[in-house]
Design a protein around this ligand. Structure first.
Ligand SMILES: Cc1cc2nc3c(=O)[nH]c(=O)nc-3n(C[C@H](O)[C@H](O)[C@H](O)COP(=O)(O)O)c2cc1C
Length: 326
C-alpha cells in the first residue's frame, strides 16, 4: 500500500494543483482581465485597431452563418459631442452630478454600434459578435463597455434623431446595443460572479451548492495549501486510501475534485467533477473534505472565497502484489 501511495504522489507531482495552471493561457487571461471601463483617455482609437476589432467580431459564429447584424463604427468625434449636447440638455441634473462626465457613451471616444433586424431575431448572434469585439479590444490594450442605456435614449428622443440618421441604418434594422471603446483611464475592480448558478452533471451523486456561494473567479493571490503544492501532494498521498473495489478490479484514473476555499481558509463544497469510477470520486472527495485549513485567496487586500480544481491521479503500481524486500 505504501508503494501505491508513493506512486500516487509521484503521479500527482506531474500535475499542478490549482485552477491557476488552467489560467496560464493568453486567451483566458484576456477574458478574465476584461472589465467594463467607464473612464477613457482623450485619445481616439487608431482606425487599424478598430478594423481588427470588427473583423474579429464578424468572425463570431452565427446561426446558419446568416450574420443577421449590421455594424456602424463611429470615429467622428463631433457626432459624439453633438448628440451628447442633446443628452446633456435632457439630463442636466444627472450630468451635473457626474464630475467625470465627458460624453453620454460612458466617456468613450469611439463607438461600435450593433444593429439587428427590426422585426426581431439575431440578438444571440449579435451578442456573440459583441463579446468577440470586446475581448479583441482588451487584447489590444483597449477598454470597452457594452451599452444599452444610451440606445434607449437615442431611439426615443426626437432631438437625437440626427445621430441615427448619420449611422445610415437600413429601415429593416434597428440599433440593438453599442460598444464604447477607447484607451482606459481607470482600472475597475472585478465584479463578483455567482458560480453557484453553475452545475456540473457528471453521473456521480453530487452535493448541490447551497446557492449562497458568491465566489470570485479572478484574484491576485490564489488559495494555498499550508506549505504549498508539494506539501499538499504529500498530505494527499499520506491520507488517500485506495478504494478496495478499484484496487481489486484494477481501476485507475484521474479524479478532478472541485472545492471552495472560504475566506477563513476552510474547505467547503467539495465535489468530484470528473472521475473514472464512483469509488475513486468518493475517496477523493472524502480526503479533500478532511484537508487542513488553507491560506485563502486574496484580492485587493481582502481574503475571498475561491474555487480550486484539483486533479488527483489514482494509479496502481505494477508491483503492489510483490512483498517489499527486508
Ligand atoms: C446587455 C448589456 C447592457 C449594458 N448596459 C450598460 C449601460 O447602459 N451602461 C453601463 O454603464 N454599463 C452597461 N453594461 C455593463 C454592465 O454593467 C457590466 O458588464 C456588468 O456590471 C459586469 O461588470 P464587468 O463588465 O466589469 O465584468 C451592460 C452590459 C450588458 C451585457
Amino acid at each position: 500500500m505504501r508503494k501505491t501511495i508513493l506512486c500516487l504522489m509521484a503521479m500527482m507531482g506531474v500535475l499542478t494543483l490549482s485552477a491557476q495552471s488552467v489560467y496560464e493561457n493568453e486567451v483566458i487571461n484576456t477574458i478574465m482581465a476584461r472589465r467594463s471601463v467607464r473612464k477613457y483617455l482623450d485619445k481616439p482609437v487608431e482606425h487599424k485597431k478598430l478594423e481588427a476589432i470588427v473583423r474579429c467580431g464578424i468572425n463570431a459564429p452565427s446561426a446558419m452563418n446568416r450574420q443577421p447584424w449590421i455594424i456602424r463604427v463611429v470615429e467622428d468625434q463631433k457626432l459624439i459631442a453633438d448628440v451628447t449636447e442633446v443628452y446633456k440638455r435632457e439630463n442636466a441634473e444627472q450630468v451635473a452630478r457626474d464630475k467625470d462626465f465627458k460624453n453620454m457613451f460612458r466617456n468613450a471616444p469611439n463607438l461600435i454600434c450593433v444593429c439587428t433586424p427590426a422585426n426581431g431575431g439575431g440578438e444571440l448572434d449579435a451578442g456573440l459578435l459583441g463579446e468577440n469585439m470586446m475581448l479583441t479590444a482588451q487584447s489590444l490594450g483597449l477598454g470597452t463597455c457594452c451599452l444599452q442605456g444610451p440606445v434607449r435614449f437615442l431611439l426615443t428622443n426626437e432631438k437625437a434623431k440626427f445621430f441615427l440618421d448619420r449611422l445610415d441604418i437600413p429601415a429593416d434594422y434597428r440599433l440593438l446595443y453599442i460598444i464604447a471603446v477607447g484607451y482606459p483611464n481607470e482600472k475597475p475592480d472585478a465584479r463578483p460572479r455567482d458560480a453557484s448558478k453553475v452545475k456540473y452533471i457528471t453521473g456521480n451523486a453530487e452535493k448541490q451548492n447551497d446557492g449562497n456561494d458568491r465566489i470570485f473567479v479572478d484574484y491576485e493571490e490564489n488559495a494555498l495549501f499550508p506549505g504549498g503544492e508539494k506539501a499538499c501532494m504529500k498530505w494527499l498521498a499520506e491520507h488517500i486510501k485506495y478504494p478496495k473495489d478499484c484496487l481489486k478490479k484494477k481501476i485507475e484514473g484521474r479524479v478532478t475534485v472541485s472545492f471552495i476555499i472560504k475566506e477563513d481558509g476552510y474547505v467547503t463544497d467539495v465535489k468530484a467533477i470528473k472521475s473514472p469510477h464512483p469509488s475513486l470520486a468518493k475517496e477523493a472527495v472524502r480526503v479533500v473534505s478532511e484537508m487542513p485549513r488553507w491560506k485563502p485567496a486574496r484580492n485587493h487586500n481582502k481574503t475571498i472565497r475561491s474555487r480550486v480544481n484539483l486533479p488527483i491521479i489514482f494509479k496502481i503500481p505494477q508491483n503492489t502484489t510483490k512483498k517489499p524486500k527486508k
